[in-house]
Ligand binder design. Sequence first.
Ligand code: NCN
Ligand code: DMD
Length: 353
Amino acid sequence: MWKLPIGIEELNQEAIKLASERHDQLTKPQGSLGLLEEIGIRLAGIQGETIPTVTPCAVVLMAGDHGVTEEGVSAFPSEVTVQMVLNFLAGGAAINALARNANADVHVVDVGVKSDIPVPSETSNRLWVKKVRYGTDNMAKGPAMTREEAEKALQVGWEMGSQLHQAGYKMVALGEMGIGNTTASAAITAVLTGRPVQEVVGVGTGLSSQGVQHKIETIQKAIRVNSPNPTDPIDVLAKVGGLEICGLAGLILSCAAHRIPVVVDGFITSAAALAAAKIEPLVRSYLFGSHQSVEPGHRIVLEALELQPLFDFSMRLGEGSGAALALPVVQAAARVLREMATFAEAGVADAAS
Ligand SMILES: O=C(O)c1ccc[n+]([C@@H]2O[C@H](COP(=O)([O-])O)[C@@H](O)[C@H]2O)c1
Ligand SMILES: Cc1cc2nc[nH]c2cc1C
């Protein structure tokens, strides 16, 4: 039985108060940096520091395969999972370009890719081999994995958070790779929010409208066959989830326990965050939204998490692309608190009171 994480605390209210007061003394009309001020103040509350530090940053890509792909629920073959992992390690994927843009390191975690990944001899992008099993089973026929396996995958993420903390990372952007994982995410979202399956299913990597209809029916069947218990998030993750999604949920909980801010990406990482929030609701204060994905279920998950996306670029790539794109905004929020002069320091007249 997986030991529930203890030690996630409320945000530090004193640091929030001091950061707000500092913002009001900086050389700008009060509140004029809008949401950027709110982000900085929440970072202060997360870290318990008036002036937060958010560098160095890590992008963590959790990878896993999905047995449900045999039902034909993705536009791409499942072999693409391992092929894209190799691309991440070689530095040629979108996430590599976007992580370099944000000055962030890329870490790839194999939680459940269905083949062994040949570890490249030379790469600055690190591979963590933490395979719980070689892909999940087909959820349309039975549980994707056992509860024990789901707990092991949660533990992989939990330990990854501790490693990142020890390595000195101050912010984590979430990403994933797993052909078929929008099917698992839609199933998790439907069960945890109680919304009808058809409202949370989209094209994923690019299904036709017929393909989307078949995906809806497959997910309805998976929920019927497994009857996941909506009040037991680990049961839901085990029966209709994925290994990388469990890993992400464990990582999110661990980052929160270490007071590390977490930037979620699209539909899959947000579904993992929803599962984490069902395990420990306090985790929500440690999360930042990034983009609004094209996948219709993403809006529903973000609403359930009460998380505001920062931008909508019509993206649906995954692999941490939206989260990495948001990192410079969060970095800017910390930088403003650290580097701006106060009215007194700059000799600028404050507003007439
Ligand atoms: O993040 C998103 O919102 C998102 C939306 C659509 C697709 N994806 C990515 O595409 C893969 C899953 O799509 P699919 O169609 O195979 O379920 C997986 O590797 C995700 O990273 C990601
Ligand atoms: C090419 C490709 C790249 C991806 N990155 C994340 N999910 C993906 C799915 C596909 C198909």
